[in-house]
Design a protein around this ligand. Structure first.
Ligand code: FES
Length: 385
């Protein structure tokens, strides 16, 4: 464990070169030995197959007649066509071409024109489970799946909160997304939505696979927009020294990220959990999956009535963030290297963490290939989180 870092650190003006990672962070692949959400549960309909991708690997999610979900590499062992074009048959999937049939372990169980006596090897199966309205797949070494940390999504199933599920494809490396959320000094980007807000870092803490930072906010000018009031649940001060005592904690606990807002009596009024899943082999595009949980106020129905406005407000913020991180990716591609000149120590710590926890580009892919074996037993029955 790392020691706690100094409190009261200010974000501006301190050039933090000693902790700056020496290599190009955008050439660091996400580590595959984690549970990643690859689809919303509602996208994987009963009796259907659903094609997804992880870092260039095609994967098919199959919801069987009984309602359970399993995950296989999305290719038939016969002529390599996608199994996602096939037909769900009870608890198995049948390839659309010659009808070879695969069960949840990836084993080929039937070839209609050969019978069951001469069955070939099957395809790779991935450990798979559902939680929080998401289908999670363990994309790395399946032997590690049972002991790997699974995300805490408790607010999303707590009736005291109302949860919005959101996300889109974003054309950038997943590390830009981590930097964007953790760096609250970019409120200037959102000035049209949120007015003039000033973030103040209260300090950061670091562990082996996590970093978190606390912020407070003060409004420097203007009134609080109503959309922001709905998200945060209470009115903010109108002068710099008039800031309320809410504390926002942003945490990257590899590979996930959270943002929680607690009031001075330690009530959590907002709980955001978010994951960025690389889609292509270069990891230049990610699919973002977010669960935004807002504590219900004492007046029944108030949050439900205001929900469309909250959705509109959060979509506007996300749209601006998406636009800017895609511009960062374009700049990186144009320059051919990471020329970022980061001055905020929190972000340099975050970059170091992402560098340490990820794998050099292509290295994880190679390891995954060598681990690719047939007839892997998927983990379908892990205890609920
Ligand atoms: Fe799949 Fe022939 S290609 S059964």
């Amino acid at each position: 464990m790392h020691a706690a870092l100094p409190q009261g650190e200010q974000e501006a003006g301190s050039i933090d070169t000693p902790t700056r990672p020496p290599r190009d962070l955008r050439r660091i692949d996400i580590h595959p030995d984690h549970w990643y959400p690859l689809a919303w549960s509602r996208e994987v309909k009963t009796g259907h197959a659903h094609a997804v991708r992880f870092a260039g690997d095609p994967i098919v999610l199959v919801r069987t007649a009984s309602g359970s979900v399993f995950a296989l590499e999305d290719r038939c062992a016969h002529r390599q066509v996608p199994l996602s074009a096939g037909v769900v048959d009870g608890e198995s999937i049948r390839c659309c071409y010659h009808g070879w049939t695969y069960d949840c372990t990836g084993r080929c169980t039937d070839i209609p024109y050969l019978g069951r006596e001469r069955l070939p090897n099957g395809v790779r199966a991935y450990p798979c489970r559902e939680a929080g309205g998401l289908v999670f797949v363990f994309t790395g070494d399946p032997a590690l799946a049972a002991t790997a940390k699974f995300p805490d999504l408790v607010s999303a199933s707590d009736p005291a909160y109302k949860t919005r599920r959101f996300g889109q494809e974003v054309k950038c490396h997943y590390t830009f997304m981590h930097e964007n959320l953790m760096d609250m000094n970019h409120q200037f980007l959102h000035r049209r939505q949120m007015g003039n807000m000033r973030a103040r870092s209260l300090g950061r803490r670091r562990g082996d696979d996590w970093i978190e930072v606390d912020y407070t906010f003060a409004r420097e000018a203007g009134k609080q927009p109503i959309g922001e009031a709905l998200v945060f649940g209470q009115k903010r001060g109108s002068k710099p020294d008039d800031g309320h005592k809410d504390v926002m904690t942003i945490r990257t606990e590899y590979p996930y990220q959270t943002l929680k807002i607690r009031t001075k009596d330690d009530t959590m009024v907002m709980d955001l959990w978010i994951a960025y899943v690389p889609l292509d082999a270069e990891q230049r595009t990610n699919r973002t999956f977010g669960l935004l949980s807002i504590k219900r106020p004492k007046i029944p129905g108030l949050l439900d009535a205001a929900w469309p406005l909250l959705v509109w407000f959060t979509e506007r913020i996300f749209k601006e963030d998406r636009w800017i991180v895609e511009r960062e990716q374009e700049a990186h591609d144009r320059q051919g290297a990471d020329h970022n000149h980061e001055v905020f120590p929190v972000i340099n710590e975050l970059r170091a963490l992402l560098m340490e926890r990820g794998v050099p580009h292509g290295a994880g892919k190679g390891a995954g290939e060598t681990r690719r074996v047939h007839f892997i037993q998927p983990v379908q029955d892990l205890p609920a989180s």
